[in-house]
Design a protein around this ligand. Structure first.
Ligand SMILES: [Zn+2]
Length: 402
């Protein structure tokens, strides 16, 4: 049951109702295209005349177009409506501690062009380097109108000030994420934590999670973040920092983390942790000494070695998987989600890590939650898609923010 927050509410005006109906229609066209006006009325429960007015407005604004005539057993042949993919472009920016990736996508969140760069040490340098790249992406498809930029970060964003308030792996803090980029590009900018964006993207565009009401995304990269959708709502908490389970202490008095805490989950289950397991195992793979490996190996390299059967690399992944399971078990016990989706390069080795994660969870689960644990498909580039989703959802309707 949805409750109305009586300390902070907005009375629905006819304009609000129009806006909501417009989002409903646009979203139905996105998910059912090509679709006739009659079917839109049937799916939405709106009057046929209301659907027609909204459709005309959307055609006028070039969000949708009319396509071929459909076939019905008798009577008039309806014209189908579909998204006008030729019209809108969206820029997505995925900032990670080492590399930043950028993409231009269409209305179906398909990537049209991509770029990447090394992530600079400070946010000012970042702005200087990223702006020309954004402009280049936009000019690559001059026919498209760019609707905005979605920017995701490995940290938490203050709900009011839009400042980055917690990003220990990036090392940036206290700067405005939104206005300087908006000023430099003259485009609206949406900013959000990577795990939250992936959660929104997954329930809106994911093949398996679409429409689920309780979903947890676990992004596994240099650190670990969680995005929570509970009762159809994205949970941000009072400060916007909800979901930082990566910095919950898993091991008492364990390894010191960059956040200042000890024994954080991500110190044991992130890509960085797996690389540490590998280098500390004293592998002399390919004749190299362990300390050399420690300085040079990347997580990608580790995955390749494991794929080739390198025992030390496989062992490092197995340790990582065990700790992933140990951290996921309390998430399931506490939140009982329908599904947990794991996002990150580690999913490329799902045949090795998936069974260990599931078995560890099983051994530490005492509730009756029947949560599915699934990997995201790395080919879909879920983080970049999450950045695109931030802008798309402004127009297509997002789960309410709790
Ligand atoms: Zn920490």
């Amino acid at each position: 049951m949805r409750r109305i927050d009586l300390s902070n509410f907005q009375v629905a005006t006819s304009e609000t109702a129009r806006d909501i109906n417009r989002r409903i229609v646009l979203n139905l066209i996105r998910t059912h295209q090509p679709i006739s006006r009659a079917d839109l009325a049937r799916h939405s429960g709106l009057q046929r005349s209301t659907v027609s007015v909204i459709a005309e407005q959307l055609i006028k604004e070039r969000w949708i177009t009319e396509g071929a005539n459909g076939h019905t057993p008798r009577g008039r042949r309806p014209t189908f409506l579909h998204l006008n993919k030729e019209r809108v472009g969206i820029i997505g920016i995925n900032v990670r501690p080492v590399t930043t990736t950028l993409a231009l996508a269409d209305l179906d969140a398909n990537f049209l062009a991509q770029d990447s760069m090394a992530t600079p040490q400070n946010p000012q340098e970042f702005l200087t380097e990223v702006v020309p790249r954004v402009r280049k992406l936009i000019t690559a498809r001059p026919g498209l109108t760019c609707e905005g930029i979605g920017r995701i970060l490995p940290g938490r964003v203050d709900l009011n000030t839009k400042q980055l308030v917690f990003a220990p792996n990036l090392g940036w803090s206290d700067f405005d994420l939104k206005k300087p980029l908006e000023k430099a590009t003259r485009l609206p900018v949406e900013v959000e934590n990577a795990a939250n964006s992936c959660a929104l993207s997954e329930i809106c565009f994911g093949r398996r999670a679409e429409g689920l009401s309780n979903l947890v995304i676990v992004t596994v990269s240099e650190g670990i973040g969680c995005g929570l959708i509970l009762n159809h709502q994205l949970v941000q908490g009072a400060t916007g920092t909800a979901g930082e389970f990566g910095h919950a202490a898993l091991i008492h008095d364990g390894l010191e983390c960059s956040c200042g805490n000890r024994g954080c989950w991500e110190m044991y289950a992130s890509n960085t942790a797996a690389v540490r397991y590998y280098s500390q195992s004293g592998s002399t793979s390919r004749g190299r000494r362990a300390e050399t490996v420690e300085n040079t190996i990347s997580f990608d390299h580790l995955l390749r070695l494991a794929d080739q059967g390198d025992a030390k690399a496989v062992d490092a992944l197995e340790q990582m998987a065990k700790y992933l399971g140990l951290g996921i078990a309390p998430l399931i016990a506490g939140l009982a989600p329908d599904m947990i989706v794991i996002v990150g390069e580690v999913t490329r080795a799902w045949n090795k890590v998936g069974p260990i994660i599931k078995e560890t969870v099983r051994r530490h689960s005492f509730t009756r939650a029947e949560t599915q644990i699934v990997p995201s498909d790395p080919i879909t580039q879920p983080r970049l898609r999450g950045a695109i989703a931030l802008v798309l959802l402004k127009h297509f309707g997002a789960p309410a923010v709790a």
